[in-house]
Write a protein that binds this ligand. Structure first.
Ligand SMILES: NC(=O)C1=CN([C@@H]2O[C@H](COP(=O)(O)OP(=O)(O)OC[C@H]3O[C@@H](n4cnc5c(N)ncnc54)[C@H](OP(=O)(O)O)[C@@H]3O)[C@@H](O)[C@H]2O)C=CC1
Ligand SMILES: N[C@@H](CCC(=O)N[C@@H](CSC=O)C(=O)NCC(=O)O)C(=O)O
Ligand SMILES: [Zn+2]
Ligand SMILES: [Zn+2]
Length: 372
């Protein structure tokens, strides 16, 4: 049943790049056809939010409401919405799934394109926004905008999940954990493989966990921060290497030496293009595959000698872990509830919405959530 009321609530607005978010009273317009308005109960803060706020995203729009790692409850739905209803516990999806576009039907990717163009422009699929602040339009972000007590998303960008999942934990499945876990578990030959994961923050640790769950033989965590060793070990890494402690050779030379020719799979979870090169060149000749997960700043480019690819190494990438949100995320939430997937240990801090700028400052090296 559609609704016409405007909700007045609080949101953290990003007015301009590199400035603190401002707590504002905003108006959230009713959901239009094929749209869902939800109350956001909890949101994580992801490095991609920080990267966009810092002005590093070529698609970044201001003023906007950032945040894309949320969980909450459907408040109302527009005409044409059948998959979710008021009261459903939901997770918004920055990687939509319409189940009808060429991409969705290909069976080869999770990158649904149904709402992607307008999402990148910070607007709803009809080209308008649902947020107003101080009489001004405010842009959406990644189709989610979870740094608001209420948000509006496309029906293709939201999925209902088990009501028993605590939202302060399940919100983390809206991005970081699913991204790393999915990227590892979806590699078809990872069972018995030798794997290296570069950068073991939230995404990399989840990739470690996924590699272990999928039966990888050796899981080497590579990180410049020795404090991450304890976490990598806990999630299932067999080795921890700090590249800053490798002398007289590159990290990729070292990895190739200690793995009898290189890794079957490597994952970049740093967003650093130099690390991406190392990860590719640490792959085994003939078949090693390197998966780029990290998001590099606008204008950055990757490079390697083409010979690296001629001789069989494969460079590819992964968004949201290759996970199709509406089809697969409810199952991942169940994996969490059934203790197959550890989410709890990723929850390190809690903050109120009023403290969201502190949450950004805290984020370095940690995963946290914000109580709305
Ligand atoms: N493709 C996708 O769908 C998604 C991509 N991302 C992206 O993934 C990336 C990782 O996110 P997240 O895990 O939250 O980030 P974190 O910053 O938490 O983790 C990165 C880790 O890499 C370490 N590191 C930094 N430089 C190097 C280096 N040269 N070699 C090895 N390790 C290094 C960092 O150390 P230190 O602690 O000292 O900084 C940190 O431990 C980000 O770029 C993020 O934007 C996130 C979600 C989804
Ligand atoms: N907008 C950026 C690219 C940002 C990016 O790569 N986003 C990732 C998700 S990062 C999540 O925390 C992603 O899924 N990309 C696929 C997509 O379709 O956006 C730019 O313009 O470079
Ligand atoms: Zn994210
Ligand atoms: Zn689609």
């Amino acid at each position: 049943m559609s609704t016409n009321n405007i909700i007045t609530c609080t949101a953290a607005v990003a007015w301009e790049p590199s400035k603190d978010l401002q707590l504002e009273t905003i108006q959230v317009l009713p959901p239009g056809p094929d749209e869902v308005r939800m109350k956001v109960d909890f949101t994580g803060v992801c490095h991609t939010d920080a990267y966009t706020l810092a002005g590093h995203d070529s698609e970044g729009k201001f003023p906007s409401i950032l945040g894309h790692e949320g969980a909450g409850v459907v408040e109302s739905v527009g005409d044409g919405v059948t998959d979710v209803k008021p009261g459903d516990h939901v997770i918004p999806l920055y990687t939509a799934e319409c189940k009808e576009c060429k991409f969705c039907k290909s069976g080869r990717t999770n990158l649904c394109q149904r709402v992607r163009a307008t999402q990148g422009q910070g607007v709803m699929p009809d080209g308008t926004v649902r947020f107003k602040c101080r009489g001004q339009d405010v842009y959406h972000f990644m189709g989610c905008s979870t740094f608001s007590q209420y948000t509006v998303v496309s029906k293709h960008s939201v999925v209902a999940v088990d009501k028993s999942a605590p939202a302060e934990k399940s919100c983390l499945l809206g991005c970081g954990i699913t991204t790393g876990y999915g990227a590892a578990t979806k590699q078809s030959h990872i069972k018995g493989a030798n794997v290296a994961i570069f950068g073991v923050g939230c995404v990399g640790l989840a990739a470690v966990q996924g590699a272990k769950a999928a039966g990888a033989a050796r899981i080497i965590a590579v990180d410049t921060n020795n404090k991450k060793k304890e976490f990598a070990d806990k999630h299932g890494a067999t080795d921890f290497i700090n590249p800053l402690e490798i002398h007289d050779k590159t990290i990729q030379q070292h990895l190739v030496e200690i793995t009898d020719g290189g890794l079957d799979y490597t994952f970049d979870c740093t967003g650093n293009v130099g690390v991406m090169r190392s990860a590719l060149e640490a792959c085994h000749k003939g078949w090693g595959e390197s998966i780029i997960i990290g998001v590099a700043a606008a204008g950055k480019e990757i490079s390697t000698r083409p010979f690296q690819l001629v001789t069989g190494r494969v460079w590819k990438g992964s968004a949201f872990g290759g996970v199709k949100g509406r089809s697969e995320l409810p199952g991942i939430v169940l994996d969490y509830l059934n203790k197959k997937l550890d989410v709890d240990s990723f929850h390190t801090h809690s903050r109120s919405l009023a403290e969201i700028n502190e949450a950004f400052h805290d984020m370095h090296g940690d995963v946290l959530y914000v109580d709305l």
